[in-house]
Design a protein around this ligand. Structure first.
Ligand SMILES: CC1=C(CCC(=O)O)c2cc3nc(cc4[nH]c(cc5[nH]c(cc1n2)c(C)c5CCC(=O)O)c(CCC(=O)O)c4C)C(CCC(=O)O)=C3C
Ligand SMILES: [Fe+2]
Length: 357
């Protein structure tokens, strides 16, 4: 029922993700989209090109998102929720503007938006809002649309339970033996970006605090009081501080401390995209092998029915037009959930870089 706080029911869902290349020719233009204006050093970019080419120039992210969409569509149907799902990405086709144009052409005026990032912060949240606003601006006549982004969901019990279950399966792979150290990882970001993450009147560091709290909740569910939190996939120039320690450095430290068995849980990602399979299944696994450690990587939550049910619950909370629109991350049409939220900090000039002037 329409009301001042929420409005009418939503009739479609936009599944909003990062995007990734589907073939070798996509790799460079995709990376240009991701890094435009972001100060990623060219030598880092060349390394990442090689990571993608190592996997045939195809990221699994698009296929895995389509699997999640199919599972979610089925779950919504069993709940009697008839919301067709549209797929749109920030950095590669199908772009979010294509999805918006399509849902509009199909007669939808109000759609919920599910982002594949669970987190706050510039990269995890605000950039998705900005991408929605940019997508809307490309679609003629879209001023009549309401696209409501669902809130951050890192603390939802279904996410935590699915991640805990994945850790249990990874522990089982290693079998009985000496104690296993549980190591959580998430995408590193510049510390300056973490500092500005969250509402401007808050304490900052929203992203790293959310990741730490999610890790804590998963560990608690597993009955573990000891776990580590580390970071992966750093891409900035070396002189710019990013969240540390890096997963590979941390494995070295653990080996020195006598830890012989680790389970790595990529809590920072909801599906196995390229940075998970390269950084964790190739690089970190190799480091662990070299150190003589037993190593298992927990699955991402992906199509785990418990996680899919969590997404469906979130949609159900919001689909009639109610739901907490003040929740962090929730906003319409690419506006921000708080004014000045999760600002992108000014990038320090790269020392040794040629001056632009
Ligand atoms: C917080 C965060 C998430 C989690 C939230 C979310 O899920 O959105 C995430 C996810 C992802 N990041 C991804 C890929 C990349 N991220 C890059 C670069 C960067 N990520 C950053 C942060 C994050 N990234 C940052 C601060 C940069 C530096 C440039 C900048 O300041 O923006 C680069 C450039 C090259 C490089 O340097 O690695 C690539 C290729 C893929 C898709 C992989 C695939 O194709 O399967 C996914 C899901
Ligand atoms: Fe990234």
């Amino acid at each position: 029922m329409p009301d001042a706080s929420g409005g009418a029911a939503f009739t479609a869902l936009l599944f909003h993700s990062f995007g990734g290349p589907n073939q070798p020719a996509d790799v460079r233009p995709f990376l240009e989209n991701v890094t435009r204006g972001r100060g990623v050093p060219p030598e880092r970019l060349e390394e990442v090109v090689d990571h993608y080419l190592h996997f045939g120039g195809v990221s699994p992210i698009n296929r895995l998102n389509l699997d999640m969409i199919a599972a979610l569509q089925a779950e919504l149907r069993t709940r009697g929720l008839d919301l067709p799902i549209y797929f749109g990405n920030r950095n590669w086709t199908p772009y979010v503007a294509e999805a918006i144009a399509q849902l509009q052409a199909d007669g939808h005026r109000r759609a919920l938006v599910f982002p594949t990032s669970a987190w706050g912060g510039y990269s995890g949240c605000r950039q998705y809002h900005e991408d929605l606003a940019a997508g809307l601006s490309e679609v003629p006549g879209s001023a009549e649309l309401v696209l409501r982004k669902l809130p951050q969901y890192w603390d939802r019990p279904g996410f935590v339970a699915a991640a805990a279950d994945a850790v249990r399966r990874a522990q089982a792979q290693l079998g009985e033996g000496t104690p296993i150290r549980l190591v959580f990882t998430a995408h590193s970001i510049p510390i300056a970006a973490d500092r500005t993450a969250g509402p401007p009147d808050g304490d900052g560091f929203l992203y790293s605090r959310q990741v730490a709290a999610a890790a804590q909740q998963v560990a608690r569910e597993l009955g573990l009081d000891r776990f580590d939190l580390v970071w992966q996939s750093r891409s900035g120039p070396p002189e710019v501080p990013w969240l540390e320690p890096d997963i590979c450095d941390h494995l070295e430290d653990l080996a020195e401390q006598g830890v012989g068995r680790v389970v790595v849980c990529p809590i920072g990602f909801i599906s196995d995209h390229l940075e998970v399979i390269w950084d964790l299944d190739s690089e970190a696994r190799e480091v662990a092998e070299k150190l003589g450690m037993d190593y298992a990587r927990a699955d991402t939550v992906g199509t785990d029915p418990v996680f899919i049910a969590m997404i469906a619950d979130l949609i159900q909370e919001y689909h009639a037009g109610d739901g907490d629109t003040q929740a962090l991350g929730c906003a319409d049409n690419g506006s921000f959930c708080r004014p000045g939220c999760c600002q992108l900090p000014a990038r320090p000039a790269r020392s040794g870089a040629r001056s632009a002037g």
